[in-house]
Design a protein. Structure first.
Length: 133
């Protein structure tokens, strides 16, 4: 079983770098990183991420649908171990906030069908926060 640094980067109560060996947590952390990254932010992976900024700055009646499709496309491209079971999106124009609830199950572990979700909030300026594991 592999141990990886948690996303977002943090220090645990002992002063060490926070890490996890929980495969489902690792997957949810990677989904959060993917959804919270704007395309172009990673120099060596220019297309990595989900374009939440275009929805924040150009909201319309189809914003939720566009975000859902963008998340599904990004996960299909960059997280082959994940299977999206649902995506819901909402925008709060007055707060400048996009909230995406992404529910995923693991594809790479036979018989593991349980799904967990993570709510990722992306604010104007790119601040990312998450709720739930």
């Amino acid at each position: 079983m592999s141990v990886v640094v948690t996303i977002p980067f943090a220090i645990d109560p002992t002063g060490a770098v926070a890490s996890t060996d929980d495969l489902q947590r690792q997957l949810l952390d990677r989904i959060q990183a993917l959804v919270g990254t704007q395309p172009g932010e990673r120099v060596m992976r220019a297309t990595y991420g989900v374009d939440t900024a275009s929805v924040l700055f150009n909201p319309d009646q189809m914003a939720s649908v566009r975000l859902q499709l963008a998340v599904k496309d990004a996960v299909a491209a960059y997280e082959p171990s994940a299977r999206i079971t649902s995506v819901s999106a909402s925008t709060n124009d007055s707060l400048g906030l996009v909230s995406l609830q992404v529910q995923v199950a693991r594809n790479d572990v036979p018989g593991l069908e349980s799904a967990n979700s993570r709510v990722v909030n992306v604010a104007v300026g790119g601040t990312v926060s998450s709720l739930g594991v």
